[in-house]
Structure formats: structure tokens, C-alpha cells
Design a protein around this ligand. Structure first.
Ligand code: CTP
Ligand code: MG
Length: 187
């Protein structure tokens, strides 16, 4: 019988790199639009100026760094048997790259869909702003770090707790970013 509160807690704590990648992209972003300014066949921008290479790589790599810090903390606290990104630095790094790059790849996919349905850059996407990053992070983890994925998110409790916590957390972080004048809109 799995310990449910602990599973919810660990699924959240281990997902911090995926959460961090998005606000970090706001800080490093703004340079080199990922669609190079080009339009899709519908005449609208493929992604828009809100998705840049500097945000994508800066945000993803920030997630990896935060994950490595967490990994070091779990070791120092003797928690590595309970909170683990993998066995050894190589598998830990693979997990963190999959999680963080998955997060911002999902963010890009969300923007692609937003543009196609006519929501302009910075427009409110609701769940399209809040879920794709978590879902694609799960997908990348499933592909590149299957053991880790199955341990923490391959069960209904771990996966659903992330999907439930993500919308209010995303909103809260964006309100903070807005108050700090890092974001133009509070969503
Ligand atoms: N950002 C970036 N590159 C990314 C992701 C984010 O440069 N890959 C920066 C942009 O300056 C962006 C800001 O972070 O405006 C906020 O991110 P987000 O809310 O995801 O973008 P939006 O501007 O709302 O654009 P969209 O409607 O496409 O989501
Ligand atoms: Mg936005």
C-alpha cells in the first residue's frame, strides 16, 4: 500500500524543476523568436514573440540547475532513497533535462495551439497556459526516464496531483511576476 500523502508530496517536490523553468524563461527570454518571425499557413504567427530561444534554453537550463541543487539537498538530508531523480549523476541529469526541456516544449506547443485558435500572444489561454508544460514534461520523462516516470507519475495519484496543483500555482506565480513588473499581465 503506497503512502498517499508522501506520494503527493514527492510528486510535487520532484517536479519543481518543471515549475521553475517557466518563470525562469520570463527572466532570460525576449531574444531570438523561435519562429523567426514567420507566419503559419493561416496567416498568423507560428508561435509569436512570446516564445524565444533565449527563454527556451535559459528556462530549461535553469530547471536543470535547480534540479541538481535539489538532488544535492536530498543527498545531504539522507533522503535519496525516497526522493530520487535516478541512480547516479548520469541518470539524474537525463531525468532533469527531460523534465525541464519537456516543460518548455509543452509551453511552446500551448502557444502554437493558442495562435491557431486565434488567441494572440499574451492572451489568456487558461488551461492552455497551465497544462501543456506539465503534460509534455510527463511525456519526455516517460520516453527518456521511464523508471523515474513510473515511480512518481505513472500512477493516478502522482499524475493527478500535479494536474490539480498546476493551474492555481501557475496563476500565483504569474501574479507575483506581474507585481514584480516582470510580466505585463497577471496570467
Ligand atoms: N518567454 C520567452 N521564451 C519562451 C517562454 C517565455 O521569451 N520560450 C518569455 C516571453 O518574454 C514571454 C514571457 O516569457 O512574453 C511570458 O511567457 P508566456 O506567458 O508563456 O508567454 P506569452 O507572452 O503569454 O505568450 P503566449 O500567448 O504565446 O503564451
Ligand atoms: Mg502568457
Amino acid at each position: 500500500m503506497p503512502d498517499i500523502p508522501f506520494l503527493i508530496f514527492s510528486s510535487f517536490v520532484l517536479f519543481i524543476p518543471a515549475f521553475v523553468a517557466n518563470p525562469a524563461a520570463v527572466i532570460t527570454g525576449g531574444h531570438f523568436p523561435m519562429d523567426f518571425g514567420r507566419k503559419f499557413i493561416d496567416g498568423k504567427r507560428i508561435l509569436g514573440d512570446g516564445k524565444t530561444w533565449s527563454g527556451y534554453f535559459g528556462g530549461s537550463l535553469s530547471g536543470v540547475v535547480v534540479g541538481l541543487i535539489l538532488y544535492g539537498m536530498f543527498l545531504l538530508l539522507g533522503l535519496q532513497n525516497y526522493l530520487s531523480y535516478g541512480n547516479g549523476i548520469l541518470s539524474v541529469t537525463v531525468t532533469l533535462f527531460a523534465m525541464s526541456f519537456g516543460s518548455l516544449t509543452g509551453d511552446v506547443m500551448g502557444s502554437f495551439i493558442k495562435r491557431r485558435i486565434g488567441i494572440e500572444r499574451g492572451g489568456k489561454g487558461s488551461l492552455l497556459d497551465q497544462w501543456p508544460f506539465a503534460l509534455v514534461s510527463f511525456l519526455f520523462l516517460f520516453i527518456f526516464s521511464t523508471n523515474f516516470f513510473m515511480t512518481y507519475y505513472g500512477n493516478i495519484i502522482g499524475a493527478v496531483s500535479i494536474l490539480i496543483i498546476t493551474p492555481p500555482l501557475h496563476r500565483l506565480v504569474n501574479i507575483i511576476g506581474f507585481r514584480m513588473k516582470k510580466k505585463e499581465v497577471p496570467w
